[in-house]
Ligand binder design. Sequence first.
Ligand code: NAP
Length: 238
Amino acid sequence: MPDQPIAIVTGAYRGLGYETCRQLAKQGYQVLLGARRGADGQAAVDALVEEGLHVSFALLDVTDEASRLSLRDRLQQVFGRVDILVNNAGIFPDPAPSDPQSSILQADLETLRRAFETNTLAALRLCQLLIPLMAEKGRIVNVSSGMGQLSDMNGFCPAYRLSKTALNAVTRIFADELGADSGIKINSVCPGWVRTEMGGENAHLSIEEGVKGIVWAATLPADGPSGGFFRHGEPIPW
Ligand SMILES: NC(=O)c1ccc[n+]([C@@H]2O[C@H](COP(=O)([O-])OP(=O)(O)OC[C@H]3O[C@@H](n4cnc5c(N)ncnc54)[C@H](OP(=O)(O)O)[C@@H]3O)[C@@H](O)[C@H]2O)c1
């Protein structure tokens, strides 16, 4: 369908990204499910197509520039635009808090660099590449974390924490430079503590509960907020 709005979700063959694809497709979006693993990504797409949803696969390693450019070119050539970008792909590279290297006193800088590449710079770069394809109504969701909140900053796991704090700054800077007249809305969303591979089985929320706030921010109306940090659709402190 030529007028169907287009959404791209990164890191989406499992977890929050996968369910975000399902929910957006159920709302009528044509969804590109991004993943760096070809077979897993295609299997995830096949399962959603089986449900009757309009989802296709985009091979995307968010840290790889050639991969990012290829996504941009495909969106430009096939659809001429994109309506929603969900920067969901993320890593938690810190060792467990019991490991001495989880302390900022001993953390390995290479671990911090890896976190920044995936959790911060990849999202920033995809914004740079895809905003020009968002004609006055784009929605960008940077999937962040309460662990990046400066107002509630604790010790340990510095790679993940710092990369998400910086991601929140990316949200603020883009929102300010884009301004209200652009029509584009960019927000950070903490999904809460969710039972995924990253969140673990003791987390409080199901995946379905976790994605609600992501989908809310991805489908904001014209008078919705931009440049904010939200959990379950409610503002939270930076
Ligand atoms: N679960 C929670 O409690 C929680 C809380 C706060 C925030 N979050 C955030 O929510 C987002 C989704 O996490 P999740 O809980 O759904 O965990 P998850 O199941 O581990 O999902 C993370 C996804 O990111 C992908 N990814 C990582 N590096 C990538 C890369 N370079 N290119 C493409 N994909 C890549 C992973 O794929 P690979 O298998 O290829 O690595 C995986 O599909 C993350 O940004 C996370 O920080 C989660």
